[in-house]
Write a protein of this length. Structure first.
Length: 270
């Protein structure tokens, strides 16, 4: 089974690049997002070489700026006749200076902005195209590293630490996945999330000072499965640890917490 058109965010390095090459080899149309034009065009060239019959197009945007997220979605909707696959893979990790609190263009805590607000805003903006292209699938790349969102300090203005911010943002992504899946049930658009692999060999893992334990290929296989496996055509609103449907952090199943998160999210991404 080959998706006709798939957009991958964060496609210029790490697992995003590996996903780009894997999907390009399968045919169809692959849309690659990155924030650095030189690296983006280099990966696009690799993807075209991996799949000479595959159409490859690029979209440049910095996902730490919600204005650029919305603008990219506008360009995709204007240029692409179909979109039946979206992999929200771009990530801000723990950081090289984990005690340094960074902010997005709009003044939000950077990891919350890049790992949660940006993919939610992009998906929301692309829903008209996704639903028109249904059956379509959204895959949100989360993490087994999850920590409850503190609604009294969502932006971690107190006791900041990069990995803590990362874990909270990834749980927010999972909670939003469940909410969006429930909203879209019956439309032909599924939304799932996963922990692709543990400590893959990526720049983000190394930058935080961790030792990689697996290759990016280990993360590609379960991610592509959620995108393409015919047996998962109607599966939605689930969190997977690689290939296994498992339970996420308890807060992800708290209706009040999810409602609070979504009220805040809708206000911030508008």
């Amino acid at each position: 089974m080959t998706q006709r058109t798939t957009l991958i965010t964060g496609a210029t390095q790490g697992m995003g690049r590996a996903l780009a090459l894997d999907l390009a080899a399968r045919g169809g149309t692959v849309l690659l997002h990155g924030r650095d034009r030189t690296r983006l065009e280099a990966v696009a060239a690799e993807a075209r070489a991996a799949g000479p019959a595959t159409t490859v197009r690029t979209y440049l945007a910095d996902l730490s700026d919600l204005d650029q997220v919305h603008a990219m979605a506008d360009r995709v909707r204007a240029a692409e006749p179909y979109l039946d696959g979206l992999i929200n893979n771009a990530v801000a990790g723990g950081g090289e200076e984990p005690l340094k609190r960074e902010l997005s263009r709009q003044g939000h805590e950077l990891r919350f902005a890049v790992n949660h607000l940006a993919p939610y805003a992009l998906t929301r903006d692309l829903l008209p195209l996704l639903t028109a292209s249904a059956p379509a699938r959204v895959v949100n790349v989360a993490s087994i590293g999850q920590e409850a969102v503190d609604f009294d300090d969502v932006m971690l203005e107190r006791d900041y630490e990069g990995l803590r911010a990362y874990c909270r943002s990834k749980l927010a992504m999972i909670m939003a996945t469940f909410e969006l899946a429930a909203e879209l049930r019956g439309t032909g658009v599924t939304v799932n999330t996963l922990h692709p692999a543990h400590l893959m060999d990526t720049d983000g893992v190394r930058a935080y000072g961790l030792t990689p334990l697996t290759t990016t290929d280990e993360g590609v296989r379960p991610t592509v499965r959620l995108l393409l496996d015919p047996d998962l055509a109607t599966t939605t609103g689930r969190y997977f640890d690689q290939f296994t449907d498992v339970r996420a952090h308890d807060q992800a199943y708290d209706p009040e917490a999810r409602a609070r998160l979504m009220e805040l999210t809708h206000r911030l991404v508008a």
